[in-house]
Design a protein around this ligand. Structure first.
Ligand SMILES: Cc1cc2nc3c(=O)[nH]c(=O)nc-3n(C[C@H](O)[C@H](O)[C@H](O)COP(=O)(O)O)c2cc1C
Length: 146
């Protein structure tokens, strides 16, 4: 199974989680920055994980655009999940759930999540243990994708 972890990242924290998910999934998985993403590279049978920082209560504009491009092509037969990175705030908004809804609306089968990973401040760092939590989540996704 091919797995793509599509991400956007302002300061590298979402990138670090995307890479932890990719290495947790193992061979055939790669983290792809949204700038270099080719929507046509996703095919039925693939696992697509999409991650974004929460920026102003929602995913980044680049991730929203990529989701629009994916929806235009359709994601039938694609397994998918989403995550976001965020601050521990009382009111933080959401990106993972919005991405999940968009993936589902595009026809993907949601196999896990949405998951939230936490940063200490706007520029990071990730809270201790978040990368290992991401690797553990990758194990769950691999099981669910079987
Ligand atoms: C413009 C901007 C808006 C943000 N809005 C939110 C928000 O609404 N809720 C939240 O929890 N974090 C918010 N954050 C903090 C981001 O979640 C944090 O910077 C991000 O998780 C870091 O990941 P990155 O290094 O991949 O960009 C915001 C950050 C920026 C720069």
């Amino acid at each position: 199974m091919k797995a793509v972890i599509l991400y956007d990242s302002g300061y590298g924290n979402t990138k670090a989680i995307a890479e932890a998910v990719a290495s947790g999934l193992g061979t055939g998985a790669r983290a792809v920055p949204v700038d270099g993403f080719e929507p046509g590279s996703i095919q039925a049978g693939d696992l697509l994980v999409v991650g974004s920082p929460i920026n102003g209560w929602r995913p980044t504009p680049a991730i929203v655009r990529a989701l629009g491009d994916l929806a235009a092509r359709g994601l039938a037969g694609v397994k998918a999940a989403a995550f976001d990175t965020r601050l521990k705030l009382f009111i933080h908004g959401d990106a993972g759930r919005k991405i999940t809804r968009a993936l589902e609306g595009a026809g993907a089968s949601i196999i896990g999540g949405p998951m939230a990973f936490y940063v200490k401040g706007t520029e990071g760092p990730l809270l201790t243990g978040e990368e290992s939590r991401a690797a553990k989540w990758a194990d769950d996704l691999a099981d669910a994708a079987k």
